[in-house]
Design a protein around this ligand. Structure first.
Ligand code: C2E
Ligand code: MG
Ligand code: MG
Length: 752
């Protein structure tokens, strides 16, 4: 296709002179041809024809030119429309798309063939359709250019379009230019959101430059600080600081911002009205592309009410409502702190437990309000009696605890204690009644009493009871040595309880023999504690601990039961002739239920004949009521068991016992036997006991026979029965059968 803008053949326009020349030439030519004369008329005529022709030609030429220009314009318009960087749509009056350019179809993502003829509202989101319709109507009402923004939804995307629509020249088209403003709109929305966050945030927001000069603040900032935006802008944020925070605190914030780019925590600032308030602040640095902080944004919340509430709660939790003195909780805290400090400074500390004497009577005879008044007045007095730095706490009705710190020696607390006693005992007038009270005080000294805070208070409390017991209105110092012993005893008791529960007790057996006949007459059951850490323990290591404890009886019963079980087992093995003697504690025997218990134990072992059981009663044990014991022994003997008097000769009333108690056997105490070879007095005692036994028709056995010489000596004195390490040491039950089988007395003894 030729470019219509390029001219092809140009028509030559002749001047009048040239036309006349042309006419003359033509007339001459005709004359030459037709022999016609050249006259002016012919020339004029021809000239006229030529002029007419010329005019016709010119006219033709203009039309052509015009058509060409029109064609050029159309081409330009099409090009402009088609390739314009803006989307163009042409709508008819009903909003149908009659034309759309390439950009327009790209904008909606729909090919033009599918767009032309379609109603444009189809692509508009429902809420915006009327907007389009209204504007379209205005265009056709000749109301000029209409600008509006609508949200379209085409090809699965939603886009914001800005439209400018105007009426076409013909008056039947609406020409519209559409621009995609989605991104702009989003940015605008984001900005609006950011602005509204800033405006409506409940947190106060303060923006500063990197020199801490305030650039902007929001309404909440004004609400919190009392400073308007205008008053705040331009100020350095330091103008809010209160003297409650130290320069070190702000230096800490500065360091955190430098290192972490943000800091959050509590700050005490000052409002415009001078009031100091607490705020929870989060400060963040805004950095440029080089990582340098250009601005700081602080978000602050006023937490003063919360703090006040917290303080109130703390007060309730830590102070006694009536006297306003620290309560038990705060006392524990203060005491722990004071203990730490005293340890650090190598000082002493006194815990003073004070209980009012006679306060209960006041409460009972007067109304409680009077009691309360009295407590308040006394607590004020007692507080005044203390030194600065000491603590007085109320931990119960009329119970107070004072902590006296930084004492060099125990005596240093005496003046304070005297003042406390005086404070409590001086007459006090409440509601026109004069009251005379006093206080009992218990003290313990830390770290001499090296206990924890709780225990210290308890120890002072214990000492207070001693003071009460010693006539009140005085003080008593806690005895740590005594407490240690009590504690140790308690621990030992618990360990023995545990040993019983975990079957850690065992019986060892020491043979008793007839030196003359060589017969093993029996064995003595001796308790041992198979301690998991300390190994095998002897009775002296643990029996004294339970001497006055009910566990003593429990252990005793366990021993009898185990011995009976052992007799039964040996019987099954053919060792039926062995009798077992069991040691009985005095308290056990004194039990009125002893006979009953023994009956039950024997009944539990029906295969064991009671005569094989011998009960050894300690001669030394203070058998208070000898009649009672005698009766019990008789009852037991009726059951078939026998008695022996153990360690005979060591008590004060050996003869009385011998006469009154129905024991069939006397065991000469080993202390006499052991020394009889070197000590004539002991020899004499042994001799006498043997003689006594014979006179009273009791059997006699020598204990603690440590050597062959001892055996010979007692045989010579007429005692055939013996027991001792010289014959056999106590041994586990399992060793007894083998020992019995192998034992042979010295041949010489049989002849003695
Ligand atoms: P005991 O009843 O007079 O028992 C004899 C004690 O003398 C035993 O000590 C025994 O090992 C020791 N012994 C025996 N022969 C000799 C010797 O030749 N030389 C020396 N130095 N000692 C000898 P053990 O077993 O330590 O018992 C001590 C005491 O504990 C017993 O004296 C007894 O009174 C008491 N006991 C032992 N077992 C029980 C028990 O089950 N219940 C009660 N209530 N007391 C028991
Ligand atoms: Mg004994
Ligand atoms: Mg003994």
């Amino acid at each position: 296709m030729n470019d219509p803008t390029q001219p092809t053949k140009r028509l030559v326009k002749l001047s009048p002179q040239e036309l006349r020349k042309l006419a003359e030439i033509q007339v001459k030519k005709n004359k030459d041809n037709k022999q016609a004369a050249l006259n002016e008329a012919s020339v004029q005529k021809l000239l006229h024809e030529l002029q007419v022709h010329q005019i016709e030609l010119e006219m033709q030429n203009d039309e052509l030119q015009q058509a060409r220009i029109t064609e050029q314009l159309h081409y330009r318009y099409t090009e402009l429309f088609e390739f314009a960087p803006i989307a163009y749509f042409i709508f008819d009056q009903r909003g149908k798309i009659t034309q759309v350019n390439l950009r327009g179809s790209n904008l909606l993502g729909i090919e033009r063939v599918h767009l032309v003829g379609k109603s444009f509202v189809n692509y508009i989101t429902i809420p915006h359709r009327n907007n389009f319709k209204d504007c379209l109507a205005k265009v056709f009402q000749h109301k000029g250019i209409q600008s509006f923004e609508i949200l379209v939804h085409a090809n699965n995307t939603t886009r914001w379009l800005s439209i400018e629509a105007n009426l076409g020249i013909t008056g039947i088209d609406c020409l519209a230019a559409l621009i995609d403003v989605t991104e702009k709109k989003q940015a605008e929305n984001e900005q609006k959101l950011a602005a509204s966050v800033f405006t409506y945030a409940r947190e106060g927001i303060m923006i500063t430059d990197n020199k801490s000069n305030i650039i902007d603040v929001n309404d909440s900032f004004t609400r919190i600080t009392g400073y308007s935006r205008e008053e705040a802008i331009g100020q350095n944020q330091r103008f809010l600081q209160s003297s409650k925070e130290t320069p070190e605190f702000f230096y800490g914030i500065y360091q955190a911002l430098k290192k972490d780019r943000n800091w959050s925590g509590e700050i005490w600032n000052r409002r415009k009205n001078g009031e100091v308030y607490a705020e929870m602040a989060t400060i963040s640095a805004v950095c440029n592309e080089h990582g340098i902080a250009t601005h700081y944004i602080a978000l602050v919340n006023d937490i003063t009410p919360m703090k006040e509430h917290q303080n109130q709660l703390e007060k309730i939790a830590h102070y006694d409502v009536l006297t306003n003195l620290p309560n038990r909780v705060l006392l524990a805290d203060r005491l722990s702190q004071a203990m730490l400090q005293c340890s650090r400074h190598k000082h002493l500390l006194a815990v003073v437990f004070l209980d009012l004497d006679g306060f209960k009577a006041v409460n009972d005879t007067h109304c409680h309000d009077v009691g309360d008044e009295l407590l308040i007045a006394l607590s004020v007095r007692m507080k005044e009696a203390l030194r600065e730095g000491d603590t007085l706490a109320r931990i119960g009705g009329d119970e107070f605890v004072a902590i006296l710190t930084d004492l060099d020696k125990v005596e240093d607390c005496e003046p304070v204690l005297e003042r406390l006693l005086l404070a409590a005992s001086e007459p006090i007038t409440v509601t026109n009644v004069i009251f005379h009270l006093s206080a009992s005080i218990g003290i313990t000294i830390y770290p001499q009493d090296n206990a924890n805070a709780d225990q210290l208070v308890r120890h002072a409390d214990q000492a207070m009871y001693v003071a009460k017991g010693s006539g009140k209105n005085c003080y008593h110092l806690f005895d740590t040595a005594q407490d240690d012993a009590v504690k140790m005893h308690q621990e030992n008791l618990e360990a023995i309880r545990n040993a019983l529960d975990h079957h850690q007790f065992v019986l060892h057996y020491q043979p008793k023999v007839n030196l003359k006949t060589g017969i093993v007459t029996g064995v003595e059951a001796l308790i041992r504690w198979q301690h998991p850490q300390r190994g095998l323990l002897n009775p002296i290591d643990f029996l004294p601990v339970i001497e006055n404890n009910p566990m003593n009886i429990e252990v005793g019963e366990w021993v009898i039961d185990s011995a009976l079980t052992q007799i039964s087992e040996w019987k099954k093995m053919g060792l039926s002739l062995l009798n077992i003697s069991v040691n009985i504690a005095a308290v056990q025997l004194q039990q009125s239920s002893f006979t009953q218990t023994l009956t039950s134990l024997l009944a539990a072992h029906p295969d064991v004949e009671p005569r094989y059981l011998e009960l050894e009663v300690l001669e030394t044990s203070a058998l208070d009521d000898i009649n009672h014991i005698s009766n019990i022994m008789h009852d037991c003997i009726a059951l078939g068991v026998n008695f022996a008097l153990d360690d005979f000769g060591t008590g004060y009333s050996s003869l009385t016992y011998l006469r009154r108690l129905p024991a069939s056997m006397i065991k000469i105490d080993q202390s006499f036997v052991q020394d009889m070879l070197i000590d004539v007095e002991d020899l004499a005692i042994v001799e006498s006991v043997i003689a006594l036994a014979k006179s009273f028709k009791r059997g006699v056995i020598a204990e603690g026979v440590e050597s062959i010489e001892h055996c010979k000596a007692i045989l010579e004195l007429g005692c055939d029965l013996a027991q001792g390490n010289g014959i056999a040491k106590p041994m586990p039950a399992s060793d007894i059968p083998a020992w019995v089988n192998q034992w042979n007395p010295d041949v010489s003894w049989q002849t003695q």
